[in-house]
Design a protein around this ligand. Structure first.
Ligand code: FES
Length: 111
């Protein structure tokens, strides 16, 4: 079963508040792992639904990130573009264990 293959991507404290880090998973997909100002952690494919901008380089505000390319706002919980924009970035299941961030193994990730 894949459940024991969750990927440890480091400690929560390794990511600055309102920051992100990236990790490349099996298959080559780059994942952006975000830490918000209230210490919630989210993971999304690092690709804006607009034109593929690197969401990990965006500005995190609340539980959203503003894409650095054209400033679309993407909800971190759902990957949905907000406001008048439409599109969705796949989200990755995350869990925290003893202060460490685990993301779902690739088999559980649907693109
Ligand atoms: S690529 Fe993200 S807003 Fe255009």
């Amino acid at each position: 079963m894949a459940a024991d293959r969750w990927i440890d991507v480091g400690r929560v404290e390794d990511i600055p508040q309102r920051g992100a880090r990236t990790v490349v998973i099996e298959g080559g997909e780059e994942i952006a792992v975000f830490r918000t100002g209230d210490d919630a952690v989210f993971a999304l494919v690092n690709r804006c639904p607009h034109r593929g901008g690197p969401l990990s380089q965006g500005i995190v505000h609340g539980h959203s990130v503003a894409c650095p390319l054209h400033n679309w706002t993407i909800a971190l919980e759902t990957g949905q573009a907000q406001g008048h924009d439409s599109g969705c970035t796949p989200t990755i299941p995350v869990r925290l264990e003893d202060g460490r961030i685990l993301i779902a193994p690739p088999l559980l990730i649907s693109a």
